[in-house]
Design a protein around this ligand. Structure first.
Ligand code: NOJ
Ligand code: MG
Length: 574
């Protein structure tokens, strides 16, 4: 009997997917998820209170935006100590408790690794300014160019590179009498990956947190790890971008030197090696890395690795964020999906990211009436799905006045121009219920205002409504665990400008069909003509909240009414 059980176990392990493959990931913005101590700022204990919720909505892994010590100039993406938890978020013990409570319900916690830059308050930077020992070259220091108009005076910046947060990416440091490079804010000096001591120090950070029992890392801003240096060691000017009229904006030059440098991929591969070796040595389920890169599709694919090196498990696929919007039609969606799937290497896992803390929310980008359509798409495509907190209940962007604006990317602009830059609207407190502050906090003021739609749009209210955004989301995450959704084929068709349909099929399991209408009118669709092998009848599994189609309704597959902005998942009847 024992050996029989063992046999099943081995066969099971051999054929089973790893925990993260085909999984559901969720991004928590800790500042805005749940405030346990009433200071108006979300915290780790708050997240711990909600692990049951994450489990209940079908999440396998939650990645947390940075919770490390930080002056919060860029809300944690400016780390002053990689080994300490930011006090307003809690303590290391709180984090350990979260990891443990999450483990008990079968949820993995992933931390945000921010390797490109630190805060200017980091000890390393202070020591680097003083040229102390190994820290001397931890950052990117340059003398700059003599100013012909000011002989003997301060040099000009070394080149024409601008920061993502506006103005020159080079900042003069009086004490060291050199410029340092910062891809992002002035207070976020870039680390120097050409220094082996720095690389070793960053590897230590990874190992420290792996030892705490995390499921892996989301890695921030990877394309920026290296800046191009010519043979003489100079950082050359980038070519001018003729489409950009603002000399202070990041768009001013074409970014051929500040991102996507070949060495970057090798660093990612070396981190994957550390992670895999750790998993092998310590046992348990594999730890994973998810990488953040806004880059060309070919460069995204490069992060997966090659025949000799494994890379990122989940190189975030932002194609739908970058290439699709409210005006995209069936063909646009189909093209983005087909192109991406055709490029994902065999044996690698596709993934889909529809939102995060750096972009407007789904409702703004795709339309409030398409929120379920987008969740249906995300959950029924093959591979990993990544959801930004609040998208499961249909949270919308909140207008933030200039006075309330705190995002450094927006603060660098003016009261008239800040809005397109501001990421605050998509970072507002999570809406748990209809009590004050949406149940997020009992403070008199929260760090960003709570949406004024919280009385209707909240977890508690939506739990009671059968076809709410939340219940649709829960149905979808369950559906995603079905063998067909995990391992089935994917076949898609564009039936018109408006109608996009696809079929998920797996021998011996249910066949699912998805119909999406991107148009403005009700359309009649024949799934039977699109996919002749399906049955004549199909049953509704889930449909958008405003749809007249109800779960369990049966339809003729040659005559389906598809309402505008609605998506429906059908199961082909046998
Ligand atoms: C990407 C992060 O997602 C963003 O929020 C941050 O501002 C930059 N990296 C700099 O760390
Ligand atoms: Mg708090």
């Amino acid at each position: 009997m024992k050996s029989f059980l063992l046999f099943i176990l081995i066969v099971g392990v051999g054929t089973a997917k790893e925990w993260w493959e085909g999984g559901n990931f969720y991004q928590i913005y800790p500042r805005s998820f749940m405030d346990s101590d009433g200071d108006g700022i979300g915290d780790i204990k708050g997240i711990t209170q909600k692990v049951q919720y994450l489990k209940a909505i079908g999440i396998d892994g939650a990645w947390l935006s940075p919770i490390f010590k930080s002056p919060m100039f860029d809300f944690g993406y400016d780390i002053s100590d990689y080994y300490q938890v930011q006090p307003e978020y809690g303590t290391l013990e709180d984090l350990m408790e979260l990891i443990e409570k999450a483990r008990e319900v079968g949820l993995k916690i992933l931390l945000d690794f921010v390797p490109n830059h630190t805060s200017d308050e980091h000890e390393w930077f202070k020591k680097s300014i003083k040229r102390e020992g190994i820290y001397t070259n931890f950052y990117i220091w340059e003398d700059g160019i003599p100013d012909p108009k000011n002989p003997g005076g301060r040099n000009l910046p070394p080149n024409n590179w601008n920061s993502e947060f506006r103005y020159s990416a080079w900042e003069w440091n009086e004490e060291r009498q050199q410029y340092y490079y910062h891809q992002f804010g002035v207070r976020q000096p870039d680390l120097n990956y050409r220094d082996p001591n720095l690389r070793a120090a960053m590897e230590d950070v990874l190992k420290f947190w792996l030892d705490k029992g995390i499921g892996g890392f989301r890695i921030d801003a990877v394309p920026y790890l290296y800046e191009y240096q010519d043979a003489s060691g100079k950082f050359p000017d980038e070519p001018r971008n003729p489409d950009c009229a603002d000399p202070d904006d990041f768009c001013w030059t074409v970014h051929i030197y500040v991102k996507d440098q070949p060495e970057t991929y090798d660093v990612v591969y070396s981190w994957r090696k550390i992670i895999d070796e750790y998993s092998q040595k310590h046992g348990g389920e594999p730890r994973v890395i998810m990488t953040e890169a806004y880059a060309s599709m070919d460069n995204i694919i490069r992060y997966y690795g090659n025949s000799t090196h494994k890379g990122s498990n989940i190189p975030f696929n932002f194609e739908m964020i970058q290439r699709l919007n409210k005006n995209s039609n069936a063909k646009d969606f189909s093209q983005v999906i087909a192109e991406y799937l055709s490029k994902v290497p065999k044996g690698s896992e596709p993934n889909w990211v529809l939102g995060n803390h750096d972009n407007k929310r789904v409702s703004t980008r795709f339309g409030e009436d398409r929120m379920d359509l987008i969740n249906i798409l995300l959950q029924t495509l093959p591979g990993v799905a990544v959801t930004y907190y609040g998208e499961e209940i249909g949270m919308t962007d909140v207008h933030i006045s200039w006075e309330d604006t705190v995002d450094p990317q927006a603060c660098g602009a003016s009261p008239l121009t800040y809005e397109p830059y501001s990421r605050d609207p998509a970072r507002t407190p999570f809406q748990w219920d209809d009590s004050p502050n949406a149940g997020f906090s009992n403070a008199s003021k929260t760090w960003l205002p709570v949406s004024n739609n919280y009385k209707e749009t909240n977890v508690k209210a939506e739990e009671k409504i059968p076809n709410s955004h939340l219940n649709i989301f829960k149905t979808l995450t369950k559906l995603k665990m079905e063998p067909t959704m995990q391992d089935g084929s994917f076949e898609q068709k564009v039936l018109s400008d408006d109608i996009f349909v696809y079929k998920r099929e797996l021998a011996g399991s249910d066949t699912y069909l998805v119909v999406m209408n991107f148009g403005k009118d009700v359309q009649t669709v024949s799934l039977k003509s699109a996919f002749p092998n399906i049955a004549d009848r199909a049953e509704v599994v889930v449909s958008s909240t405003q749809s007249p189609l109800q779960r369990g309704d049966q339809v003729q597959t040659d005559n389906i009414k598809a309402p505008p902005s609605v998506a429906t998942v059908f199961k082909s009847l046998k």
